[in-house]
Design a protein around this ligand. Sequence first.
Ligand code: CDP
Ligand code: MG
Length: 742
Amino acid sequence: MPSMAQREFRSSVQNSKPNPKFPTVSHFSMRQKIAEHRRSLPIATVEKRLIEEVRKNDILIVVGETGSGKTTQLPQFLYNAGFCREGKMVGITQPRRIAAVTVAKRVAEECEVELGQKVGYSIRFDDTTSNLTRLKYMTDGLLLREALLDPHLSRYSVIIVDEAHDRSVHTDVLLALLKKIQRTRSKPTGEKTEIGNLALEVQTNTRDENVPQQNGVSRGCQGRKLSPLKLIIMSASLDARVFSEYFGGAKAVHVQGRQFPVDILYTVHPESDYIDAALVTIFQIHLEEKPGDILVFLTGQDEIESVERLVQERLQHLPEDKRKLLPVPIFSALPSEQQMKAFAPAPTGFRKVILATNIAETSITIPGIRYVIDPGFVKARSYDPRKGMESLDVVPASKAQTLQRRYGWKKLGVLPPIICAFWFIFGFYFSGRAGREVPGKCFRLYPEREFEKLEDSTKPEIKRCNLSNIILQLKALGIDDIVGFDFIDRPSSGAIVKALAELHALGALTDDGKLEDPAGYQMSRLPLEPIYSKALILANQYNCLEEMLITVAVLTVESIFYDPREKREEARTAKNHFASVEGDHLTYLSVYRESDEFLEKKKVAGSGNNIDKIMKKWCKENFVNSRSLKHARDIYRQIREHVEQMGFNVSSCGNDMLEFRRCLAASFFLKAALRQLDGTYRAMESGEVVHIHPTSVLFRAKPECVIFDELMQTSKKYIKNLTRIDPLWLTELAPHHYKTAE
Ligand code: CDP
Ligand code: MG
């Protein structure tokens, strides 16, 4: 077994680099503050040694606690050490969009440049990079897409795969691909090598070339002279061994963290309702504890929005002077500019309570947090390839996640005595560095004995998701042997076979598993699930691309309707106004269109400046989720750009909804269900007995045959987002699938 050499770096001497420029007076204190902050980070003292290690090792694993400065500082160290000479870039990948955005903004600020110059980010549907960009933060999925157009990622001298412990499916595939690319790029001059089946000639000397950019993706580079690629794998938790072994015994170094003293508090008894327990704890902290913001880990958008509402409501019962508590949601489906609100300081005198999903576990650092509330749950996706069914279940978080959550804060005060009987102190865990740091508190909403029962770490996503999208991308990269591909953790062969069959049925792959031309290529280039890409390609032929773009945009966001528990009846009446007898897709279309018409009317009436407020009011009155609608509009605009670049002409079928429904049937034929005598449905592909989800407009109508968007197991097996179709359309529009099945 390969050995893993681990070296510990310790903070010792402060690294104080003189600032070469003379700051203007207005910037002075800000710049000084930033410089001081950078110098105070644990990683600052080991800059030289880290750079030495990078020079000596082509693959380096860097482990360090959250907040030690890995993500923001290491790329700057590399820049200063000359890794961006000759137009080369350092690429830093993140599993989450928000981390790429916030960290790039922070680093641009630290470098005193505008975002998009030396420092930029690129995420799906949002690219701020330019030809000047040298430190590029991006999602791991985006770098995979870049590899489609530049198979050797030749513009990068170093790629840092950050948050590798997260083990997102994109991270796992990226690691495998980078391993391959690195080998290719370190081959001696002139030797023929292969990435997938793309044979390329490799030369070792570099040249300064600015490759034109399109949609954040560098263009192809065949024939380009290649230089070796450095890989850095960064991880917050101590599971470096798995990465080291995967990379043949790669060296791992540990950056000493800045570990704040932290009190972990457990409830004495189990909590039956963790939402209620979280609310009680929020108010308990607000009323009894010293100033400092609160971070609460919840499982998803619905839960966050409901807690947000409940906090607002309960505040109304407090005396006026105790109401200075500001709930701020943050979850991945939230549009970026709204996510950024979590980072803004609370208004004077207010305490912020950040309601977050696990995106706040390791990838982002929100300043000012002093209290963490951890109910100990997470929403986890799992996938059963045999049934083609996804489940989204709320399950206990793993030990690794739980351990990360306690580090929610960075600015700390003085440890107050514990006065509350509801909690007992479990431990005083870490001692901080002298003088400057003082503790925070983490409230775990379960008894201590439950902690030991948690799983050590979360199962890699690649083992619990539908693989069709990732396999399509691998095929587009020229990797045909998916089963033999060098994954860090191999997905099950059942999941691979299922995904290949699905891609074949959608017309993305030929009978012998190669990418179909042009459909497969087109589908691999759209940043969407293959079935949505297929729907857009077909809609272009059915002249209903406009309608399909709206539909796909709405399906991509979380629920477009706002359905508060306490106003169920009013919400239902409002929804009925938009409801179509043909199903949910047409209902979403009418929400989108009505909001569009309303917007236009208001613009014409000269309400341009107030449009956000007016739109929010319209949404509230119509029980439409304004955040989701805004997000859907953004996505619509961006996918539209993509299809237009592919040469599609965006036309509308007007009121001819028959054509649109036929197009839905032709695209979603793998997701069709037939009503049975007892009123349940049978999913035609898997044979599963399923139920129409109560949120569907077809819940009561129960048409004979439907296509659906999602098959989910929660309390029952539900199908969601449905449209009524004629069962005969299936054999007519998807004969390759339905005739052979007879
Ligand atoms: O990657 P790692 O968790 O090691 O740390 P980092 O993200 O580089 O953050 C280092 C420090 O920079 C944090 O402790 C924060 O104090 C600060 N930071 C910030 O103020 N704003 C950000 N958007 C990111 C980091
Ligand atoms: Mg980080």
